[in-house]
Design a protein around this ligand. Sequence first.
Ligand code: NAD
Length: 346
Amino acid sequence: MNTTFHDELLRYAESLGFGDLHIKLDHATDLCAIVAIHSTKRGPALGGCRLMEYDSMAEATRDALRLARGMSYKAAICNLALGGGKTVVVKPKQIKDRVAFFEAIGRFVNELGGRYITAIDSGTDMLDMDIINTQTPYVTTISKHNGDPAPFTATGVRVGIQAAVKFKLNKDTLDNVRVAIQGAGHVGYLLAKQLSELGAHITMCDKNVENLQRCVDEFKVQTVALDKIYEVDCDVFAPCAVGSVLNDQTISVLKASIIAGSANNQLGEMHHGRVLFERDILYAPDYLINAGGLIHAYAEYYNNSFEEAEEHILHIADQLLEVFELSAREKKPTSEIVDSIAASRL
Ligand code: NAD
């Protein structure tokens, strides 16, 4: 990283209101990991451990900063006693020994003394969290608690879609509602399952052919090419794959009147929330509608009642309705409404 870029990155961290940023290099295991802690004002910073390929350390650090801040906002909007953090691990060409690799991550998390709690994220699973748990108690979504967050995230997104359909289309059921889901992974698959049981017509795409075929076989979904998903003639577009999918190009071709999906950081830039508002497309803000997994992980970590967590997840629908109503009343984009509520709690 050259000095200019280094300065730029630190300025970026500062502009997002960051407290601390930690980097661990462990040559024995080829580990290169970043823990970004955005805020601990509401409680310890909880956020997943992402394992992905990155072109540079700078790119990985930016991702950690962006995602950690998103976790602070997610915890705040859900009124959880948590701050926001994230681990980003730069995926090496080959992980020689996955146990040693995740043990090193566990030691790294432990050194932070509980200011940060880690969990499953893209590229990691419950078994990885179990390995981390051999080194530190500051981890949730472990297999002992059957802690896969995807089913809870999918339920939150499903009730969020129901709320949006009620608000925008004045429909009490999802019968014959047309939903285009981008991504047939953990959340996309479970969302398709719940929506098809409620009578929705589903179109999906995924670059992983096996994931997509499973949804065709089990739920008889229609499929489209990756780049055609935005143009599908549908009521709801549900991004459940990657971030930054709502940008100038995609918004201009969208036919859906509702956007409600699980992906983090769906807006390419903040102003795209306003672009959607001006096009009269109802946007269910990502970090509220996809908070089901976090709500469950929080309950798991603190041994709270799972029944209460489930009620809290179902309550995402009521929270969204309040945001939609405020947005209509104040003539402000939903993205700006949730940002100002969350920011006021941080
Ligand atoms: P996943 O990795 O299991 O599934 C993602 C799927 O998207 C994969 O099948 C992948 O092949 C597909 N994909 C990738 N790029 C694509 C593209 N350009 N077009 C179409 N498909 C593409 O991830 P997941 O756990 O299902 O999570 C989905 C999204 O929701 C991610 O953005 C994740 O960050 C977010 N999220 C997940 C959870 C959770 O509980 N799993 C919680 C909050 C947010």
